[in-house]
Structure formats: C-alpha cells, structure tokens
Ligand binder design. Structure first.
Ligand code: RIB
Ligand code: CA
Length: 313
C-alpha cells in the first residue's frame, strides 16, 4: 500500500518533536509532504526553528518547513513555556538549524498542496492550535472537500482541561479556529487528553529510548525527562504524556486505539469554559456525529512501535 501523504501542522514542543520523528522514521506508511509551524507552546519564531531542529535530528532536511500564523484568529496568544521550557524544546542540547525555512506562508502551502494532489489523498495532522488550518479553510474554501482526513491532537472530555479547568491547550489557544475545523464536515479523528494521558513515558519506557543508543533515542529520553515535570507535579503522572505522537502512531497502527464516533463542539462564547470540547459521548443530543473521539490505547503496543521506529533514525 502506498504511504499516506500528510502535512504536519505543529508547535514544537517536545511531544510534537517525537510525533514528527515517528512520522519521519516511517516512510513505508507516511509521506510527510511538509511541516507547517504555528504559534502555540512557544512563539512562532521558536516553533518554526524547532521544527527544523527536529528534521535535522532525524537527518531529513529535505522536508520543507513553513512558518505560519504567529497568533490565533481573534484571541491573544497563550504559550506554555511552563511546560516546554523557554525554547520549547528544553532537555537535550541540540544545534541551531542550518536548513532554511521554505519560502512562502504555511497557509498557502496547505492550500497549494491540497489543490496539487488528487482530492481525498492528503491527510492533515494538526498537533497545535488550529489557526493555520482554519485560515487555509477560510482563504480557500475549495480545499476543504479535498482533505482526506484530519487526525489531530486536541480537546478533552472525561479528562477535562490541562490549561484551564475545562479546556485542553491546543483548543483553548484558538477556539474559533477549532470551531471552524470541527464544523468543516471532513472526517476527523481526535486524540484528546482522555487517551494521551494514558501514553505515559514511565521510567522503563524512558530507559528504552536511551538504550537505543542513537542520538535520536538519547534526545527523546532527554526531552521527556524535561517535559514530564508539569504532568508529574499537576497530576502525579507516572511520566510525560506523549500527546502528539498518538496522531502519527494512529496513522501507522490505528488498531492500537479505540474510540467512539460522536458529536464534538467547541465553546467559543463563555470565558469560563472557553475552548472546552463538548463531546456527546453518551449520545444525549441530536447533534450529528462529526469526529472519532479516541478514548483508549494499547500503551505497551504504542511504546513498542515508537521505540522500534526511533531506533531506525
Ligand atoms: O495539550 C497538549 C497539547 O498542547 C500538545 O499538542 C502539546 O504539544 C501542546 O501543543
Ligand atoms: Ca503540540
């Protein structure tokens, strides 16, 4: 079977970095057409730099990296240095990128790529706030129906919020953009905190990264050593939750995940619950299902896949 063509939209972020590495390590299943950076965990200048650092860490400087939107559609930017550190990739010491940014804006790359490839053959993989995706859909409505699928990390239902009591970070940063995406009518697979909080880098799993002995394995071990602080302090977690790698792992082995086709809507009015994803998990409304909301994964299978693939780089 031909590899799946994807665009990764991202705000690296240690977990974004691992998701990108997993995709780049899996050319039989995934063809990364390009990486589009968005402001989120840290400002755009850093997410656009970090995406290139990760491509160089993987030895794959042929993947074009574009800079996208530097703030949400309407609201002021909220960042997460308290989780990811000042650089957004705190932990390992990695060299500044030598590869340049690709020419042009990320939103235009998304539009041009969806128009260039056959309709229904390109999957969008947003790992950060949905600003770039929403801007592309607004600027070029003709591309919406050309999207094969949207597989995104964001939202939460039973887990509620990680940045506010009710909202997950990616959705909270740009709820209006998320609303546009969830109402787009395209097939959506959501990796919410409900599942990503079960993908924890316990010490044995971190040791397995380090035991790979290659620079990627060691760098990922150092990233998750740093990144785990926030969740360990807040939730008492057994390790760092690998939010974004759930997206790329789903593309490779969807059978590792389970969920429910439900209606998901985004709070864009109430300041109290701004950015909350209301998943009608129990089907108590007549709102049409619009997303496969993932609630569980085979965590051992996930880490087995991830570790084996990181070992290939
Ligand atoms: O809430 C977790 C999400 O927000 C992850 O994608 C993380 O990288 C941040 O973007
Ligand atoms: Ca992210």
């Amino acid at each position: 079977m031909a590899p799946r063509k994807i665009i990764i939209d991202t705000d690296p972020g240690q977990d974004d970095a691992v998701a990108i590495l997993l995709a780049l390590a899996s050319p039989d299943e995934i063809e990364v057409l390009g990486i589009t950076a968005v402001a989120g965990n840290v400002p755009l200048s850093l997410t656009a730099k970090n995406a290139r650092i990760v491509c160089e860490l993987a030895g794959q400087t042929g993947v074009p990296v574009y800079a996208g939107c530097d703030r949400p559609l309407i609201r002021p930017l909220v960042t997460a240095e308290h989780v990811h550190g000042k650089t957004g990739l705190d932990g390992p010491v990695l060299p500044d990128p030598e590869m340049p940014l690709a020419d042009g804006h990320a939103v235009d790359f998304i539009i041009e790529t969806l128009r260039k490839h056959d309709s229904g053959t390109v999957t969008l993989c947003p790992l950060g706030p949905l600003t770039n995706i929403a801007m592309a859909f607004r600027k070029a409505p003709d591309i919406v129906d050309r999207v094969q699928e949207i597989v995104l990390m964001g939202g939460a239902y039973f887990e509620v919020g990680n940045i506010t009591p009710t909202a997950e970070f990616n959705i909270h940063v740009d709820p209006e953009a998320a609303d546009i995406v969830f109402r787009s009518g395209r097939p959506i697979v959501v990796m919410p905190l409900d599942v990503t909080h079960k993908a924890l880098v316990t010490k044995p799993r971190n040791d397995a990264f380090r035991a790979l002995g290659n620079k990627v394995g060691i760098a990922v071990a150092e990233m998750t050593d740093f990144f785990e602080r926030f969740d360990k302090e807040k939730y008492g977690s057994a390790g760092a939750p690998l939010h974004d790698p759930c997206v790329t792992a789903y593309l490779i082995r969807p059978e590792l995940f389970s969920g429910r086709q439900v209606n998901v809507e985004v709070e864009t009015r109430s300041e109290l619950t701004m950015g909350m994803t209301i998943a009608d998990w129990w089907g108590v409304t007549d709102r049409a299902p619009n997303a496969l909301f993932i609630g569980d994964l085979d965590a051992d299978g996930f880490f087995e896949l991830l570790t084996e693939r990181l070992g290939r780089l």
